[in-house]
Design a protein around this ligand. Structure first.
Ligand SMILES: *Cc1c(COP(=O)(O)O)cnc(C)c1O
Length: 497
């Protein structure tokens, strides 16, 4: 039986899994959701012996039902290979009595790799299955992590091109170097003279431009998006929670059936929603703890039932969580309003026009699986320093937000359930903030690149390949453009001007 997907705003708009992967967003602007969450096809005991790849197949085949076994296994084999620096793909570090699920062992050392290494293969397979002709052109605006992970994922994948826009001066030196040194004949990266919002709105405009779409089609191209609302990114993220449970069982850390709480440093709400899906598949998960930085829209939402983006945007040391509109929350809203497209559409309309909406009491009651908290900049830095001093483990700023919220939750609730924290980036990626948190006097004046060997000394963890590579890699991209010239730039790159 094929699992159907439908728009969160209208159940009449449906798609197969592969169509949903190809389209990204539904035509009415809604997000594709599965008609039901499938159950885990294996017992908890069976999870113990399974590799990452085997777990990925078991989970993903239940969601992506119109992919054949052969297709799905080929996608998984191409994605989770030696690009990751450990055969476990997502290892767990036990620090004190907390389990850190390290999702940063992929090619760009942040958790976006977990999904973006497989999305290109899911997409090209979907194109073949649906008879979509022409080259897929991925357009992405990035504030740092997504762009590089998408470039690395799509590099040299046949039948695809990728063009990434980032704000010049708006990303860290390490992030910029990661992007401008990216290899691959089908990748381009452009620094725009503007901020992330300019890049983002520019890309949205290009997606909505019908004239351009026709011109592209005539030349054999079609746009697609690698954005985190694509179910081709959500589904692969369910895998590592299921896998982590198997590892904890195998290592005797938990008993079969024992619940585990999961804390996730949250921005767009994709990663924590994947944990929620894992729970609904039957994984014994207790609380889903949503951790925010000072942009605490989500904390306030869980606290009050009102989502309100009308507030000052804060730039923090955990920039991948500096977000005021968490797009994937719409999927949770859909679930708690009883899968009612009209209610969902109305709330999203209010968000669009007034920047806020309030859910009903009944809907709030359905949020009892969730807890929420946030960390200030000071608390984030303190957490990095304290855990380092106590245990020697060095974590990045995003993970530290979650570590703080996890502790805060335990103290406030008295809940003694064991806790898994999603560790979303390597400390090497945010080296300056991390070392400054550990010792401000020693490190705050130094340049980012000088600090990399220092971190090796402090953490005792070897510099990952992703970092060693950028230090002596050749710069391959230098294209820049004004924010209002993005269309011309895309046409130039594709040779259709
Ligand atoms: C993207 C990102 C997040 C936020 O994840 P969401 O799925 O958007 O909630 C957290 N940490 C890091 C390092 C990220 O790159």
């Amino acid at each position: 039986m094929n699992l159907q997907y439908m728009s969160t705003r209208n159940p009449k708009i449906t798609a197969t899994a592969s169509q949903a992967v190809l389209k990204g967003l539904a035509d009415d602007g809604g997000l594709f959701v599965p008609e039901r969450i499938p159950a885990l096809p294996v017992s908890l005991g069976e999870l113990k012996g399974m590799t990452y790849q085997e777990t990925a197949y078991a989970v993903m085949k239940e969601f992506l039902t119109d992919y054949t076994e052969e297709e799905l296994k080929a996608c998984i084999a191409r994605a989770y290979d030696s690009k990751f620096d450990t055969r476990e793909i997502a290892p767990i570090a036990k620090v004190d009595d907390t389990y850190y699920l390290e999702l940063f062992h992929g090619p760009t050392i942040a958790f976006k790799d977990m999904a973006l290494s497989i999305l290109p293969h899911l997409m090209t397979t979907a194109a073949k299955k649906n008879g979509a002709e022409g080259e897929i052109v991925i357009l992405t605006a990035t504030s740092g992590d997504t762009g590089k992970a998408a470039m690395a994922g799509f590099a040299d994948v046949e039948g695809t091109r990728i063009i990434v826009f980032y704000p010049k001066g708006g990303v860290s030196r390490v992030q910029e170097l990661q992007m401008v040194t990216q290899k691959g004949d089908n990748v381009d990266v452009v620094a725009i003279h503007g901020n992330f919002d300019d890049a983002q709105s520019g890309v949205k405009e290009l997606f909505g431009n019908r004239e351009l779409a026709e011109k592209l089609a005539a030349e054999g191209y079609q746009f697609s998006s690698a954005n985190s609302i694509n179910i081709g990114r959500l589904v692969p993220q369910v895998v590592y929670y299921v896998y982590a449970y198997g590892r904890l069982l195998e290592n005797g850390e938990i008993q079969e059936g024992e619940q585990v709480n999961i804390t996730v440093p949250t921005g767009n709400f994709g990663n924590i929603l994947a944990a929620c899906y894992a729970k609904h598949m039957g994984l014994p998960v207790g609380k889903l703890i949503c951790a925010s930085n000072e942009n605490k829209v989500l904390f306030d939402f869980f606290q009050t039932g009102t989502y309100d983006k009308n507030r000052e945007f804060m730039l923090t040391t955990s920039p991948s969580m500096d977000i005021l509109i968490s797009s994937n929350l719409e999927r949770l809203i859909y679930q708690i309003c009883g899968r009612d497209g009209e209610t969902d559409a109305e709330l999203m309309r209010q968000l669009q026009t007034e920047g806020k909406y309030t859910i009903t009491e009944e809907m709030r009651e359905r949020l009892s699986d969730f807890a929420a908290g946030y960390a200030t900049e000071e608390e984030t830095a303190e957490t990095i320093r304290e855990i380092y001093e106590k245990t020697g483990y060095v974590m990045d700023t995003h993970t530290a937000v979650a570590a703080h919220v996890c502790e805060q939750y335990k103290k406030a609730s008295g809940d003694t359930t064991k806790c898994l924290v999603a560790s979303t980036a390597s400390p090497y990626k945010f080296v300056k903030s991390v070392l400054t948190a550990i010792d401000g006097d020693a490190y705050s004046q130094k340049a980012e690149l000088e600090l990399l060997p220092e971190l090796e000394r402090v953490s005792g963890v070897d510099m990952p390949r992703a970092i060693r590579e950028i230090l002596d890699a050749q710069v391959r991209h230098g294209r820049e453009c004004d924010a209002d010239r993005m269309q011309e730039t895309v046409e130039e790159i594709l040779g259709i001007r």
